[in-house]
Design a protein around this ligand. Structure first.
Ligand code: ADP
Ligand code: MG
Length: 419
């Protein structure tokens, strides 16, 4: 894969596909005072900003490549998506707050185009001086970006590619998508991988080729159905798999325990049962929680108790792994040389149910292993719970992308960069 070192970018317009899909609050009156409307940079007229970024990790992760291109005298045109506006212009999904934050972090003005490939984008792209940066409006305001129809996607890719002379793919969080900005544009312009993608791919290789053993994987999050592919693949690769989060209850139920009102995917019971059997055959250790924090409701102020994992009361829902499980999991991580973690252990967004996730994060740090955290919510959890990001070997910016890589799939955005 070519990197930006292999491109001569000086004086050239370089389209950078970044992943700036950050979590935002829901805006509203309380947020508005803190969110200053955009200046509009070189002439863009963005909508007034009312939503605030709650975690800017992905913006920060995009800085090194943008900075490197600026230093080399490129005219940098950044494009990215935010949320799922489904091909329509929806102001609540505007990238305007991201343009502002990106400018603050870069320490330079970021011109914000109020459209993706329209009049504003062309004008701003045309006016950039060497070393300047612009951000286009949300790619997913355009139906062509995510279209399954090759011709429709291609037509949009043509317009996007026309804004620039070179393409740098750096949106790792989107490389598993066959989208115009990820897959079709690099087939139309000379291209290279940005630093973030190069780093992410390097880390994923360490998790798939010549893994240092023991290799432990911690999986959590809300739905087991999101993670079936990765469990399937890891059954042949990992030495031990620790399960937490909402998916635990499908496993507990498969073992014959009642799970009350906890998250349960009945339609996955057979698959999960089969995984447990296969793991036993393959000598892969499955570690399930021994206790659960069971609450009366899905609310931060709900009554809750720690109960044995095989005795969840019928009127309770499990919202976190319990303290004994936290200790057990940390102990099972202690001897590992490589650890991959995806998915929070509980509803960490609510303080009473954040302790399991905290225990696992600490367990990773204390293990001294090569530790990789993957997944948008997991990465956000690490930061919002106050952990030092540098204490982990790598925090991936792409949940779905890293999972699909670990599933052994070909990622469209990576294959397009390799060609
Ligand atoms: P990631 O983005 O890291 O891949 P997921 O998106 O799979 O993680 O899951 C994150 C979500 O899982 C969090 O919002 C968290 O609240 C939720 N979650 C974790 N444990 C539970 C649980 N026991 N019940 C319901 N939701 C849960
Ligand atoms: Mg998530």
């Amino acid at each position: 894969m070519r990197t930006i070192d292999d491109l001569d970018v000086r004086g050239k317009r370089v389209l950078v596909r970044a992943d700036l899909n950050v979590p935002l609050d829901d805006g509203g009156a309380s947020a508005a005072s803190d969110a200053v409307p955009e200046s509009g940079g070189a002439g863009g007229r963005p909508p007034a900003v009312t939503r605030r970024i709650t975690d800017d990790g992905r913006i920060r992760a995009s800085l090194p490549t943008i900075d490197a291109l600026r230093e080399r005298g490129a005219k940098v045109i950044v494009c990215a998506h935010l949320g799922r506006p489904k091909g329509e212009v929806k102001p609540e999904f505007s990238l305007a707050p991201v343009a502002r934050r990106l400018g603050e972090l870069l320490g330079t003005e970021v011109a914000f185009a109020s459209d993706v490939v329209g009049e504003s984008a062309s004008r701003i792209a045309g006016q950039l001086a060497d070393g300047q940066v612009a951000l286009l409006e949300n790619l997913r305001f355009e139906p062509g970006e995510t279209s399954k129809d090759d011709a429709e996607r291609g037509a949009f890719a043509d317009r996007l590619a026309a804004l620039a002379e070179l393409y740098v793919g750096d949106g790792f969080g989107a490389v598993h998508r066959k989208h115009a900005s990820v897959y079709d544009v690099p087939r139309r312009l000379p291209h290279a991988a940005g630093g973030l993608i190069a780093t992410e791919v390097g880390v994923l290789k360490r998790l798939t080729e010549n893994v240092e053993r023991p290799y432990a994987v911690v999986l959590g999050g809300s739905k087991v159905s999101d993670k079936l592919g990765v469990i399937d693949n890891l059954l042949g690769k990992a030495d031990r798999i620790l399960i937490g989060g909402g998916m635990v209850f499908t496993f507990l139920k498969a073992q014959g325990h009642e799970v009350g009102r906890s998250l349960l995917e009945e339609d996955q019971l057979d698959t999960v049962t089969e995984y447990l059997a296969r793991a036993e055959k393959a000598g892969v250790e499955f570690v399930l929680p021994v206790d659960i924090v069971a609450a009366t409701a899905f609310a931060a102020d709900a009554d809750h108790d720690v109960v044995p994992a095989d005795a969840i009361p019928a009127d309770r829902m499990g919202l976190d792994i319990g303290p004994a499980s936290g200790r057990l999991f940390a102990e099972r991580l202690a001897g590992a040389r490589t650890v991959f973690w995806n998915g929070p252990m509980g509803v960490f967004e609510m303080e009473p149910f954040s302790h399991g996730t905290r225990a696992i994060a600490q367990g990773l740090i204390d293990s001294g292993a090569f530790t990789v955290v993957g997944g948008g919510d997991s990465a956000a959890a690490v930061r919002t719970l106050g952990f030092d990001e540098a204490a982990f070997s790598h925090i991936s910016t792409g949940g779905g992308a890293s999972l699909e890589y670990l599933e052994g799939k070909t990622l469209p955005g990576l294959s397009a960069l390799e060609d």
